[in-house]
Design a protein around this ligand. Structure first.
Ligand SMILES: O=C(O)c1cc(=O)[nH]c(=O)n1[C@@H]1O[C@H](COP(=O)(O)O)[C@@H](O)[C@H]1O
Length: 224
């Protein structure tokens, strides 16, 4: 994939998602559909975006008992998304069963520690230790469970990539230099994330909320 930016179409509005995707399509490598979009539009909405013939990353961050996640992944398999997310914290059996139930062409990746969290949030959820250690521990769990890769912040991707050279690394929470971080806490620039081993980048608001989304996507692609 020549352009490694996936634009996050975080909207419940199918027409808006289609409109933004059509505007930025020449400056991104794919689109990401998340919970906001899926809850409003379901599989039919995913199919409508797939008609644009861009790779679709379906980010549902599944996290439940193994049987429930496996059945959900099986229900999604006909959509054959390029990438699908589950939560690493669901544990090894859940990860193994999710991978086994997915469409063979889908990369199943495990979300490690959300980019909106910092170490004080880890403490509050009962996790001792650093963000770095937490991400590396969950990356190892994903690797032994047979997943394709992980989602982590740019702050950890270098170490995670060194520990798992064949892994597929998704890095969200990237911001152009001096960009507004919003609710993201562990933020790096797109260029830094790629230099450190990201396979693809997820970029939402810096593109979708810009007055000129295609100009913003072109500008970010130009820094890579
Ligand atoms: O799995 C994700 O894509 C994800 C994981 C994570 O740790 N942090 C994170 O921000 N994301 C997603 O990446 C996108 C980031 O959006 P922006 O902050 O607007 O660029 C959103 O769609 C989030 O749901």
């Amino acid at each position: 994939m020549s352009n490694r930016i996936f634009v996050a179409l975080d909207t419940p509005d199918l027409d808006r998602a289609r409109h933004v995707a059509a505007r930025v399509r020449h400056h991104v490598g794919g689109v990401k559909l998340g919970l906001e979009f899926f809850c409003a539009n379901g599989p039919a909405g995913v199919r409508a975006i797939e008609e644009l013939e861009l790779p679709v990353f379906l980010d549902l961050k599944l996290h439940d008992i193994p049987n429930t996640v496996a059945k959900a992944v099986q229900s999604l398999a006909p959509l054959a998304p390029a990438v699908l997310t589950v939560h690493a914290a669901g544990g090894r059996a859940m990860l193994e069963d999710a991978k086994a139930a997915a469409h063979p062409s889908t990369k199943v990746v495990a979300v490690t520690m959300l980019t909106s969290l910092d170490e004080s949030d880890l403490v509050a959820t009962g996790v001792a230790g650093s963000a770095h250690d937490h991400v590396l521990r969950l990356a190892e769990l994903a690797r032994v469970a047979g997943l394709d890769g992980i989602v982590c912040s740019g702050a950890e991707v270098k170490a995670a990539h060194a520990a798992w050279p064949k892994g597929f690394f998704v890095v969200p929470g990237v911001r152009p230099a001096n960009g507004d971080a919003g609710d993201q806490k562990r933020v790096v620039t797109p260029r830094q994330a790629l230099d450190d081993g990201a396979s693809i980048l997820v970029v939402g608001r810096p593109i979708t909320q810009a007055e000129d989304p295609d100009g913003a996507a072109r500008a970010i692609a130009g820094t890579l």
